[in-house]
Ligand binder design. Structure first.
Ligand SMILES: [Zn+2]
Length: 166
């Protein structure tokens, strides 16, 4: 396992579309453990594969945000689809790939995701509130969409002034 550098804006990779995973092999399993370790190291709610440079339809979520504890295994979503969206919530959102930038976004308050787990079994999970927002945020990453792509030019310009570059 290894903590990997998070791909930051303006890396063009962040605007690429990810591809489905055909075979959940050892390479994918190692990628998932690296993603989990990276997510915990930077204290993110979730992390998409593209954020560590892999254009694969895969994201992980910290189980603490899904009613679990720190001892639970990381939540893994392979080839995820959002199959249900309900209601609206508008709150500030940040992104590990855009450090310092926060944008108020309208999201569905309840979301159901269908995905494969590491054993290749299909499952569905319902997310409410923060978890629902995390599902939509990570799902956007797999389609090459960042939070700044979801608002108008002016809002984006104001938000981007806060971008921390290193
Ligand atoms: Zn993000």
């Amino acid at each position: 396992m290894a903590v990997l550098p998070v791909v930051k804006y303006p890396d063009p990779l962040l605007h690429e579309k990810s591809k489905n995973i055909e075979d959940i092999n050892d390479e994918i399993k190692e990628l998932v453990s690296d993603m989990a370790e990276t997510m915990y190291a930077v204290e993110g709610v979730g992390l998409a594969a593209v954020q560590i440079g892999k254009l694969l339809n895969l994201f992980v979520i910290d189980p603490v945000y899904a009613g679990g504890t720190e001892k639970d295994p990381v939540l893994v979503f392979i080839n995820p689809k959002i199959i249900k969206k309900e209601g609206f919530i508008k709150e500030e959102e940040g992104c590990l790939s855009l450090p310092g930038v926060f944008i108020s976004l309208k999201r569905s308050v309840r979301t159901v995701v269908r995905a494969l787990d590491l054993e290749g079994n299909e499952f569905e999970m319902e997310g409410k509130g923060l978890l629902s927002k995390a599902f939509q945020h990570e799902f956007d990453h797999l389609h090459g969409t960042l939070i700044i792509d979801k608002v108008g030019k002016l809002k984006r310009k104001i938000a981007m002034r806060k971008l921390e570059t290193d």
